[in-house]
Design a protein around this ligand. Structure first.
Ligand SMILES: [Zn+2]
Length: 289
């Protein structure tokens, strides 16, 4: 008789550990600052690539040259892939570069927090050996930060590059959703989902938050936000930006954003854990059916 191993299902996925995600942020911010096109930026990309490989996730470093207000820069997206049973995919995204021009800037929240959560999700899913129905692409974008106010050709370089590649290969037709995480480490975690997010995904997110008892952490914003989900919306992929744009010394303030106060001691492992668990719940609803 041949032994029969029961297939692992979503119920075999463990809960998300915020402390492990925090450790990933700590490791990433060794590269400080990691502005696009700089040697620390390259080292950060290589580090993310190596973490994915360590977790057993197929990974690649996708180098490209893009024009910026300071001339051409060489940038690098890091892509990890966990294939599913179907040839369809969900993209989870985070940028990993830092805002240029800020002295001693760690960017622990912007962009360390979302990068740490994505890495820990990649580890957790890969090591669980649960095969999702839809494949999961972990996209770590370079060059999100603009230096001249996100005018055309400034900022969103990595996400725009990936969207162009998807259209060129026709693979955009196989992407069911794009979920972007950004600034998810504030101890006072209050997501304000921007108006330019796809309504079905907003509803799925609110359902996931409600299921986990985290609904109070979400409000819907009437404003649009220019972030890495926009290039995917523009090519017809349902997309959402899970962002807590107010990062400050007190609830409601944004005085830590793009300042040297964006440091490890001002972000919270609990907030990473809430974000990780909500994203995992979203994936259970959408990718592990
Ligand atoms: Zn920023």
């Amino acid at each position: 008789m041949v032994g029969c191993q029961q297939e692992k299902t979503a119920s075999n996925l463990p809960a998300f550990d915020g402390q492990k995600a925090f450790t990933e942020v700590e490791a990433l911010v060794q590269f400080t600052p990691r502005d696009a096109g700089t040697s620390e930026g390259w080292k950060a990309a290589k580090h993310i690539f190596q973490r994915l490989e360590t977790f057993g996730v197929d990974a690649e470093m996708n180098t490209f040259v893009d024009m910026t207000p300071e001339g051409e820069k060489t940038m690098i997206n890091v892509i990890g892939m966990i294939p599913g049973k179907k040839k369809e995919w969900i993209i989870l995204g985070s940028h990993f570069d830092t805002m240029p021009g800020i002295d001693d800037f760690q960017g622990a929240n912007d962009s360390g927090s979302s990068t740490g959560v994505l890495l820990e999700l990649a580890r957790l899913i890969s090591e669980s050996k649960v095969v999702p129905d839809l494949g999961i692409i972990f996209a770590f974008f370079d060059g999100e930060e603009g230096i001249a106010g996100y005018v055309p050709g400034d900022g969103l370089h990595g996400s725009r590059h990936m969207a162009v590649q998807l259209v060129e290969t026709g693979d955009h037709k196989k992407i069911r959703a794009m979920i972007l995480l950004d600034m998810v480490g504030d101890p006072d975690l209050q997501f304000t989902i921007p108006y330019n997010s796809t309504s079905d995904l907003v509803q799925n997110t609110l359902n996931a938050a409600h299921t986990l008892g985290y609904r109070d952490h979400f409000t819907l914003s009437r404003s649009i936000i220019t972030d890495d989900h926009v290039p995917f919306l523009q090519i017809g992929i349902p997309s959402i930006d899970l962002i807590d744009f107010k990062f400050g010394s007190k609830p409601g303030l944004n005085d830590h954003w793009h300042t040297e106060a964006d440091r490890l001691q001002n972000i919270s492992a609990d907030s990473l854990e809430i974000t990780g668990n909500i994203t995992l719940q979203l994936l259970k609803q959408m990718a592990f059916m």
